[in-house]
Write a new protein. Structure first.
Length: 149
């Protein structure tokens, strides 16, 4: 059964060590721990520090979150759950708006851990073509059968 990959990129309002970002940085480990234990969570891209904030393939001001979930409902439950929703409410304090889509979802075979290059290709495609069965958003989702490779 296919799994759901998701990439979320965000443009930092300041450097991670800036005092204005301290609440965000202080919540990284607890919020990631909630994700790691969430029903339907499969995998997320991490560095040795337990997060991916040092990976900057889109430039020094853009951070990435790349993960895999069993299904859309599991991802939505986490994204809009209490721990993550609290951070979402404060996102304008930590991040500046992106002019294009910054979140992309796509179906992957079970056991597949997508690379940042794969994720970038999906985001670029979404930005060019809009939501399709190949890559989509939570607002315009496609079921696994439509997007299975």
């Amino acid at each position: 059964m296919p799994h759901l990959a998701q990439l979320n990129i965000a443009r930092l309002a300041n450097e991670l060590d800036h005092p204005d970002l301290k609440p965000f940085v202080d919540n990284l480990d607890p919020v990631n721990a909630v994700a790691d234990e969430a029903p339907g969570f499969v995998w997320r891209l991490v560095e040795d520090n337990g997060n991916a904030t040092g990976l900057r393939p889109w430039g020094r001001t853009i951070i990435v979150n790349l993960s895999v979930w069993t299904d859309i409902a599991s991802l939505e439950s986490y994204v809009y759950g209490v721990a993550h929703a609290a951070v979402l409410k404060q996102r304008r304090m930590f991040f500046t708006p992106m002019p294009q889509d910054s979140v992309v979802l796509w179906w992957v075979p079970e056991g597949h851990e997508p690379s940042l290059a794969e994720a970038k290709e999906r985001l670029d495609h979404l930005r060019r073509e809009g939501p399709t069965a190949y890559d989509f958003t939570l607002r315009h989702a496609f079921d696994a059968e439509a997007g299975a490779e």
